[in-house]
Design a protein around this ligand. Structure first.
Ligand SMILES: Cc1ncc(COP(=O)(O)O)c(C=O)c1O
Length: 410
């Protein structure tokens, strides 16, 4: 491959070219039957995706954000409650909490996995909360509000360490909603159950996004709630459809949050490929690991604990020289991303309600140093070699600068 050929951060066009005929057939079917809302395409996808996740219920909704909001509301989170989550996530996790009428509070992340640190969660609950003797509710001592739920985020395609989180949730009577928006097919080894569990099958409910760039992506907006709780699924079905279980009989106020039938058809077409795509992502990640640890790059590579089988939605390295490396890769025509440059608690809406610098130092330092390299099933070994060679050359140039001007890097 020519050195000047660009390597995109993500190549969705090639993937869709391969599936073009199958996807066009779905569109044609929808046009000919005029089945645009609900119907068999949605139901078939729901039943196949719930099976994929190892759960009994799937409710298709219009986005991952709505999936989190509906999962919270349907599981019993009330207006005024506090819901705990990670500050190192896409803002949608926290937005959905506010949209459900609750208030987000944060628990810092583990510095190696970037997911919620269970020890931090324990500290938060022990320091800030008390269990009400009468109701069994977990109350926030300072505000008196109920802390009703926790949302661990399975970031970059790797689950949070769920055993200790589930154990704390059971002690403190918290509802667990998994944010699995980046983790379709990721697996977690539960020491407690001595077995592997799929992302989305461990909490009261879980939210998935099918935003186009996800491991399983729609050709537009889409999401789903996964749960083993039939009552939660029933409430989500009503919430997504104006609060009705029967047309024009509304048991509550709901939303227009349904999964579009054409998107369901596209997702159903893609789902049989997902396991292979995930396997391919794992191979690419393993190869990055081998190649990058063979160079003297000094990059911190992704950490996959023994309890995790990650699906590498993103391949994220870490370096103090992130901005320089990003600039070099950009100049070389290599696409990168930063997920995420500002942790949620330091985004304006959360600063306005009192969050500030140093509140969550692990998330804050990660936000300053993480860099996502190209990863997608179609990334070729030659492209990968070029990414690694650019990084190695960058490091050599930094070493040269270091040997000439030692103080410059101090
Ligand atoms: C961790 C996380 N949570 C929630 C969302 C929201 O999903 P959507 O964009 O489908 O609303 C995303 C999507 O990017 C995400 O990555």
């Amino acid at each position: 491959m020519a050195d000047n050929q660009k390597i995109p951060f993500l190549d969705l066009a090639s993937l869709h070219q391969e599936l073009e005929q199958e996807l066009l057939a779905i569109f044609q079917k929808a046009l000919r039957t005029a089945a645009f809302i609900a119907g068999p395409m949605v139901e078939e996808f729901e039943s196949e995706f719930s099976r994929f996740c190892g759960a009994s219920q799937c409710v298709g909704v219009s986005s991952g954000t709505d999936a989190i909001r509906f999962a919270l509301m349907a599981s019993g989170v009330q207006a005024g409650d506090i819901v705990l989550t990670s500050p190192f996530t896409f803002i949608a996790t926290a937005e959905a909490i506010s949209q459900a009428g609750a208030r987000a509070d944060f628990v810092d992340i583990d510095r190696r996995t970037y997911t919620m640190d269970p020890e931090e969660l324990r500290r938060y609950l022990e320091k800030n909360c008390v269990i009400d003797g009468e109701t069994g509710h977990c109350l926030h001592k300072a505000s008196g509000n109920r802390v009703s739920a926790v949302i661990p985020v399975h970031l970059y395609g790797q689950t949070a360490d769920m055993d200790p989180i589930l154990e704390l949730a059971s002690i403190y009577n918290l509802i667990v909603i998994e944010d699995a928006c980046q983790a379709h097919g990721a697996e977690y080894f539960s020491r407690k159950e001595n077995g592997w569990r799929k992302a989305g099958s461990m909490g009261r409910a879980a939210a998935f996004s099918f935003y186009p760039g996800k491991n399983l992506g729609a050709c537009g907006e889409a999401g789903a709630v996964i749960t083993n709780d039939a009552a939660v699924a029933r409430r989500v079905r009503m919430l997504r459809d104006h609060g009705q279980a029967r047309k024009y009989y509304h048991e509550m106020e709901g939303y227009n949050g349904r999964l579009d039938a054409i998107q369901a058809g596209f997702l159903r077409t893609k789902l049989p490929y997902l396991s292979n795509w995930n396997e391919r992502r794992r191979e690419i990640a393993a190869r990055y690991g081998e190649l990058l640890s063979g160079t003297s790059t000094g990059l911190v590579l992704p950490y996959e604990p023994s309890w995790s089988r990650a699906v590498y939605h993103l391949y994220v390295v870490r370096t103090e020289e992130r901005e320089q490396l990003l600039e070099r890769l950009t100049k070389a025509g290599i696409g990168t991303g930063i997920h995420y440059p500002v942790p949620v608690h330091l985004q304006r809406p959360y600063r306005l309600i009192g969050f500030k610098d140093d509140d969550y130092p692990v998330a804050e330092s990660a936000a300053n140093e993480v860099l996502s390299l190209p990863i997608y099933p179609g990334l070729t070994p030659a492209q990968q070699d070029r990414v690694v060679e650019e990084i190695a050359e960058f490091e050599r140039s930094m070493e040269r600068a270091f040997s000439v001007q030692p103080s410059a890097r101090a």
